[in-house]
Design a protein around this ligand. Structure first.
Ligand code: CA2
Length: 219
């Protein structure tokens, strides 16, 4: 059995160094150089311990990468009849709020370049629990993106704002869908939130399987 990656952090640390939206922090359980708990002075001693040491699990929050492809930066500014009036920033903000409720750190990105999507997917394997992807037009053209998704083997939920199946026939085929865990289309920005809910469940199930499943039989 291949070694398990360090993905067993099921408890989110409320400490200031692990805020949602902040970069992942490999916690040593000790206060860092910029952490007030590490400074000496009157009244500091009682609060020296990093909040993480009071927790049962390592406090690395689960990160979900939300990737958006070309032209989605125009959302809310052009073609509102097709894509609505919400901007991509509005959607990102809503995803972060939902992420906080789910105790998931949301890393929300957009690019107009296929290669950048590929690089972000490749780089994700070490610290990301899942990918929510609206590859936009690359959905219907890219072989490189599904290849990268296959390589990192993370849960992936494909999202489209519009119902691509009710549109032009070239939008009916997706190169992403065969490698996706699930697909959500036609529900507007709500699709991203539903994808986050589903991803939280996938992560919880994977953690439960790692804790109780075949690993404990073979060790
Ligand atoms: O429905 C979706 O989410 C799509 O991924 C959006 C893509 C389209 O190519 C896919 O077939 C379906 C297009 C994104 C472009 O977004 C714009 C937003 C405002 C104005 C112009 C384009």
């Amino acid at each position: 059995m291949p070694p398990l990656r360090n993905r067993n952090a099921t408890v989110y640390c409320p400490g200031p160094r692990a805020d949602i939206g902040q970069a992942r922090d490999s916690c040593s359980g000790r206060p860092g150089p910029n952490d007030p708990r590490g400074r000496s002075g009157p009244g500091r001693a009682a609060s020296r311990a990093h909040p993480c040491v009071r927790r049962e699990h390592h406090p690395v929050p689960n990160t979900v990468l939300i990737l958006n492809g070309p032209n989605l930066n125009l959302l809310g500014r052009r073609e509102p009849s097709v894509y609505g009036r919400e901007t991509l920033d509005d959607i990102a903000a809503a995803c972060r709020v939902r992420g906080e409720k789910l105790r998931i750190r949301v890393d929300f990105r957009q690019t107009n370049h296929e290669g950048e999507l590929v690089e972000w997917i490749q780089q994700s394997h070490a610290d990301v629990r899942g990918i929510i992807l609206n590859a936009a037009a690359y959905t219907h053209t890219s072989v490189a993106i599904p290849d990268a998704l296959r390589a990192v083997a993370l849960p992936c939920i494909e999202v489209h704002l519009s119902n691509v199946h009710a549109r032009e026939s070239f939008r009916h085929h997706s190169y992403i869908s065969p490698v996706a865990t699930g697909v959500i289309v036609g529900l507007g920005s709500q699709g991203y939130l539903l994808a986050l809910d589903a991803m939280a469940r996938l992560i919880a199930d994977a953690d439960a399987a790692n804790a109780d499943g075949p690993r404990s039989l073979s060790t």
